[in-house]
Design a protein around this ligand. Structure first.
Ligand code: GAL
Length: 371
């Protein structure tokens, strides 16, 4: 081989290598095709987020946009890593439901620095200006609907009321509880309900509206962390120490379906509890079955198909260079984040079939005893 030929060969090898690297995305490690929309969800351990993953997949089949869904498995460190992975894959839009609303600030700031548009999905990311949009259900209405259900199904005066809340790291837990409190508080103040498991709530019983700090105090005491096991342990502790007049016919504000089933099982196995009304949220399949079986009283149905459609619609508008439509805004501690909000639907035994089966959300075959 002569020298000139060797030099040309080397040059060719270098050129081919450079072309491959360029096609591999920003870090040179990708599989060649860029991802346009990155989606990060909090955990696979709660059925709610597996529902969302499925609805994203359904919505995406047949579209021209490339997306990737990653789960953070309850860890803000993993969440940050997921965002970095997606940044390196060249995403232009990030749709993210934070594990911890405040801790996610660092991850979205990293995305923002790369010019990526950030859409907070279902849960708001707080204390940062690096969130462009928020797609959400009407979370205050969720809490208000749960509380209204308890009020509408109350029996007599001085009825025991057990309060439970979501995780304090989730901004929604505050919105749900604030929405519920507005409806419950007058009934607590006038003695219709007697709070059975929160001294902090008792101390605040005459306040119609609670500040974030006041909500924190109550949530700190009655949080489930969205964990059914934690909910079960708390409910057991509460019933063990409950006086006789805190049993009988009781009312239970449970923040979502996973915790509602756990709490219902505990209350259902206490012979001194003669009846209970328990709320829920998310229309998880297991809770729909509980409702059919009269073991859970209601759930708040959040049609995830709508949220996914809104989030992807926003992403596509942004990819096409447009500005998405919003319906209001949410203050996140630093800025007002433009938001698109969706209504929720109350479901109990009477309308479970119409709302969840006849709307094609679930199949009748998923349940037994559906009439
Ligand atoms: C909330 C969400 C609820 C519920 C809960 C537990 O933020 O809005 O639908 O799933 O988290 O993960």
């Amino acid at each position: 081989m002569n020298k000139k030929f060797k030099a040309i060969s080397l040059l060719l090898v270098v050129m081919v290598f450079a072309t491959i690297m360029a096609a591999c995305g920003k870090d040179g490690s990708g599989g060649g095709s860029d991802v346009s929309v990155g989606i990060v969800l909090p955990t696979k351990d709660e059925p709610r987020w597996v529902q969302d993953e499925q609805r994203f997949k359904d919505a995406l089949s047949g579209t021209k946009y490339t997306t990737e869904i990653l789960f953070s498995q309850g860890s803000s460190a993993k969440e940050k890593e997921n965002v970095e992975t997606l940044i390196n894959k060249g995403i232009d839009v990030l749709i993210i439901c934070p594990q911890d609303g405040a801790a996610a600030g660092a991850a979205v700031e990293a995305a923002k620095k790369e010019g990526i548009k950030v859409i907070a999905y279902d849960r708001l990311i707080t204390d940062t200006d690096a969130v462009d949009y928020y797609v959400t259900f009407d979370s205050e209405a969720v809490g208000a609907a749960q509380a209204k259900y308890l009020v509408d199904n109350a029996k007599g005066a001085g009825q025991p009321l057990y309060l439970y809340a979501g995780a304090a790291t989730d901004n929604n837990a505050f919105l749900f509880f604030a929405g519920a409190w507005k409806v419950l508080q007058p009934k607590i103040a006038d003695g219709t309900f007697a709070i059975a498991n929160s001294s902090e709530a008792v101390a605040l019983k005459d306040k119609a509206e609670l500040s974030r700090d006041e909500l924190s105090k109550i949530i700190g005491q009655v949080t489930t962390n969205w964990d059914p096991n934690e909910a079960k342990n708390k409910a057991q502790t509460h019933l063990t120490s409950a006086a006789a007049n805190a049993k009988g016919d009781v009312l239970i504000l449970a923040p979502n379906d996973g915790t509602a089933r756990a709490i219902a099982d505990v209350f259902g196995s206490d012979s001194a509890v003669s009846s209970f009304v328990v709320t829920g949220q998310d229309a998880e399949k297991a809770s729909v079955q509980y409702i059919i079986d009269s073991k859970q009283s209601m759930t708040v149905f959040k049609d995830v198909r709508t949220l996914v459609k809104d989030a992807m619609g926003m992403a596509v508008t942004l990819l096409d260079g447009g500005s998405p439509e919003t319906t209001g805004s949410y203050e996140n501690g630093k800025i007002d984040v433009p938001a698109k909000q969706t209504d929720v639907i109350v479901v109990n035994k009477a309308n479970v079939k119409a709302e969840l089966v006849e709307s094609d959300y679930y199949k009748a075959a998923d349940f037994t005893g559906l009439e």
